[in-house]
Design a binder for this molecule. Sequence first.
Ligand code: ZN
Length: 130
Amino acid sequence: MTDEPPFGDTTTAPFWEGAERRELLIQHCEACGAHQFYPRPFCLACDAPDPSWTTAAGRGTVYARTTVHIPVDPALEPPYVVGLIELEEGPRLVAALHGDPAIGEPVRLGWREREGAPPLPVFSREEAAD
Ligand code: ZN
């Protein structure tokens, strides 16, 4: 197909375009005000189609975390920590954690560069990120 976005699919392409600008985009429903992540073609709260996009503030707290001890990707050398981050806006997303923050600790967004692909969000302790 000629209409394929450069990265992701038609639903997720805006997220990856935001990542290229180091902006964490989440969806926002104009009908009911809900935020959601990961991207979907409709609002999970009210079923309205085509949620808009907004840039998340990049702050959240660690909702859950785990340490990965086995190699699952050549680009990631274990051990490393992966967390479920609850964003200020409400949605949760899985991302790498730097600095070993505990569950409940505030964290701030950063980015991990990748070759040939948009950067990935990573989160670090709030006070360590400045
Ligand atoms: Zn909605």
